[in-house]
Write a protein that binds this ligand. Structure first.
Ligand SMILES: [Zn+2]
Ligand SMILES: [Zn+2]
Length: 343
């Protein structure tokens, strides 16, 4: 079968490999769609510490069960798969922090991913609740959005985003756009997304509406006032720019939360923080990373009831053998989400 293989930093190849085998207690899924993530592009260019050698990429996957050793998922079931597989035995898993499980195995890193005609789901992924059947009416294409969305839902839970909170999202890639949409669905208002790139603002506006997004200006005081008399209750860092932290500190309201959602380049991750503001104004800086199988299930439910046009989020769609064109599109910052169509 055809698969998109990471070979070594700088080299990704579309090539023929053997079909996956059905393992005891596992599934084989015929891939429907697979989302291309910014992290795939970074792996292509720079490799990834988790990858010691060649691997099939693709962690944002949906498809149809083609072979099954699990009664609950008969052949023909349409599914999406949460890529992070927690061990369910360690202390973090026992405390429901499955995303922080030190033994967590991840699709496309620790076992072959979904940028292929088929992929295997191991038994531990089934047992951990990573396989979610699609509700009627949710397309395979939209279901691949569950992966980025489940990290967003996990982060918003951490940030305790609630009704009438004002929420500012810094960065309007697919993740920032989903943050704005998810905050709105939790009752937050106003919700505003900003970005420095006009093309990102335009793509996000097609999803969220014109009033919900704008180009980031150079007047933090004016931006702060938009969040309410004392500023924004929640500021989501949905981009990896260290300057965003300073901006967030200058616009967040007393008792507000800054959600540290994006990884930063390691050399730039140390940023100065005014601890007096943190102390006297009770500012919280909340970390949020990845998500759990429970958030993944919630994400599938959210998508099936989505109040936004999911098709507007998917701005590019290419066949599997054009994967490198898709990677290049994302590297150029074009559009929001690019998918590979497989089935
Ligand atoms: Zn991703
Ligand atoms: Zn664990």
């Amino acid at each position: 079968m055809l698969a998109v293989m990471f070979k070594e930093p700088g080299t990704v190849a579309v090539e023929q490999i053997a079909l996956p085998q059905l393992a005891a207690g596992g599934l084989v899924v015929r891939t429907g769609y697979v989302g291309v993530c910014g992290s795939d592009v970074r792996t292509w260019r720079h490799g990834n510490a988790r990858l010691a050698g060649p691997q099939v990429l693709g962690h944002e996957v949906s498809g149809t069960v083609a072979a099954s050793d699990v009664e609950a998922y008969p052949v023909g079931t349409q599914v999406a798969v949460c890529p992070g597989v927690p061990c369910m035995r360690c202390d973090q898993c026992q405390r429901a922090r499955h995303n922080l499980c030190p033994n967590r195995r991840v699709l496309a890193y620790d076992f072959p991913g979904g940028m292929a005609e088929q992929f295997a789901v191991p038994a531990d992924a089934v047992l951990a609740g990573c396989v979610v059947p699609l509700p009627d009416g949710l397309s395979l294409r939209s279901a691949t959005l569950a992966e980025p969305l489940h990290t967003v839902l996990s982060g918003q839970e951490r940030g305790e985003i609630g009704p009438l909170d004002s929420v500012l999202v810094l960065g309007l890639g697919p993740i920032g756009t989903l943050h704005a949409a998810a905050a709105r669905s939790r009752g937050a208002a106003p919700v505003l997304g900003v970005d420095l790139l006009a093309q990102r603002v335009a793509s996000a506006a097609a999803v969220l509406g014109d009033g919900a997004v704008e180009l980031l200006g150079d007047d933090p005081a004016a931006l702060k006032a938009r969040g309410g008399p004392r500023g924004w209750d929640v500021v989501v860092l949905a981009n990896g720019a260290p300057q965003a932290v300073e901006l967030a500190m200058s616009v967040v309201a007393p008792c507000g939360r800054i959600l540290a959602f994006a990884g930063m380049p390691a050399a730039k991750a140390q940023v100065p923080i005014d601890l007096n503001r943190v102390h006297y104004q009770q500012i919280s800086i909340v970390g949020a990373f990845a998500g759990t199988p429970r958030h993944f299930r919630d994400a599938i439910g959210w998508l099936s009831r989505a109040q936004i046009d999911l098709d507007q989020l998917v701005t590019g769609q290419l066949p599997l053998d054009h994967a490198l064109d898709a990677f290049a599109q994302i590297e150029r910052g074009e559009g929001l989400k690019t998918m590979l169509r497989v089935g």
